[in-house]
Design a protein around this ligand. Sequence first.
Ligand SMILES: Cc1cc2nc3c(=O)[nH]c(=O)nc-3n(C[C@H](O)[C@H](O)[C@H](O)COP(=O)(O)OP(=O)(O)OC[C@H]3O[C@@H](n4cnc5c(N)ncnc54)[C@H](O)[C@@H]3O)c2cc1C
Length: 495
Amino acid sequence: MDKSIKVDTLVIGSGGAGLTSAIWAKKSGAKVLVVSESYPTRSQTSMAQGGINAVLSSSDGDSIEKHIEDTLKASHDLADEKMVTKMCENAPKAIEWLDSIGVVFSRDDEGNIAQRKLGGTKYNRACYSQDYTGLKILQTLYDNCLKEEVDFLYEHYLVELIIYEGVVGGAVFLDIRSGELKEVFAKSVVLATGGYAGIYHSYTTNMYSSTGDAIALCIKQGVKVSNLDFIQFHPTGLKNSSVLISESARGAGGKLLNQDGEKFVDELLPRDKVSLAIWEQIERGNQVFLDIRDLGEKFIDENLPQERKLAMFYENIDPIDELIPIKPVAHYSMGGIEVDENLMSDVKGLFAVGECSDARVHGANRLGGNSLLEIVAFGMIVGENSALYAKDKSLVECSTIESVKSYIDEIFEFDCHDNFYKKRDELGEILYFKVGIKREKENLLGVMKFLEELPKLGIIDKSKTYNNTLVDFLKFKNSLVLSKEIVNQALGRLS
Ligand SMILES: Cc1cc2nc3c(=O)[nH]c(=O)nc-3n(C[C@H](O)[C@H](O)[C@H](O)COP(=O)(O)OP(=O)(O)OC[C@H]3O[C@@H](n4cnc5c(N)ncnc54)[C@H](O)[C@@H]3O)c2cc1C
């Protein structure tokens, strides 16, 4: 393929948000290209377990109004009611669409889509596929992209956005396989690159590649971002590995106990409250466990098979008859690229959707099951909006590839002997303990000092093809940009 490519709509990221947007942009008549650093089926969406929220029936007293109310309450009333209403009202349509394209949802005895309870609500509202919900959704979306003949470029890493006089023009990518830079010019761009909880390295449920790259680029390139300090800590990460045990285990009746076998919190409160209660137990020197023994082997194997496997594989315990040791870990980033009601940023033609965006639907604390909902419900909308936007626009072909090349050359030329991976681990630990569940000014200033005193770092591996160290390093640099902004915003929140 040519080094510069021209399309109507460029979608960056191939998780649930990117693939949904791509299908809907293509259906709306745009020539669409999805570019991603990984293969779609390896995106973080594949890890989602518990479910996707939608009110499909009022038989148990649930309603769209209650979904809105629960979302706003969990958010500490910091979400935008108009955007929350838009998401919750579109939820039944999103599920209907997923069902129609082939997502294999679990069913009840009458053949209806089964729903279960997650935290922060009294209602069985989360639709699920056993505890492989994200994986099933993602695989079906990818199948449908191929059916719709959406074009893909895999293993291409976003290095810079092309923005000229407040209008988006495309993006520059590093082809990881060849080491070459490529420019994609587009009339509209959808950023769908996921969140940044991965920067809490070793203390996160996320893939380590979730470093919020597009958000960091937006900060560097002057695109508006917001609420970056709103990071959600999930109550039940496995104690040793931080791997997630889904909230659906507590929704089904799993209990939280301390080492004396005492229950110390209502398990189905919103995540921030449960995480705080666990953190306070740990501060007192207690160990905390999730107990799902009462659910029984048959129920666990039918509804939570992955949770059992994860506990056995990563913690070496079988939750059928043993307690699961847990700790709260960084799980989800509520903040991101600020978007308006059409999901467009303050740069014309630059849209953002999913975990990389701040569409103001989660406020300070996301309700379980609302992220998969956001990526699909808003993915459908942004797909249509980005295609519509592109219709009467011309390409802004403003090349920036030479400046990106100099930036990469400079990294290669720097004679580095330090190991940045060690600093990446240190950053994860310092963020967890100092920009975690409880925040104090002194700790935040300590993190800023750590960031400011880092020596100049580079890479030892100078190979051109498949240089994953270079990609990890670019991600580490983005983590530093984000960390500074998170600390600044957290400090602003305290004063
Ligand atoms: C373990 C776990 C369980 C979860 N369970 C649930 C649940 O049950 N219900 C729920 O609602 N939510 C859940 N979530 C949250 C939810 O899964 C995510 O918020 C959501 O899937 C994010 O989707 P996304 O498309 O925005 O991003 P992602 O799925 O993270 O996709 C991002 C894409 O961008 C690409 N990308 C990133 N950076 C670059 C770059 N620089 N260049 C090129 N491409 C790039 C990636 O390769 C990837 O393809 C869970 C999260 C985790 C970690």
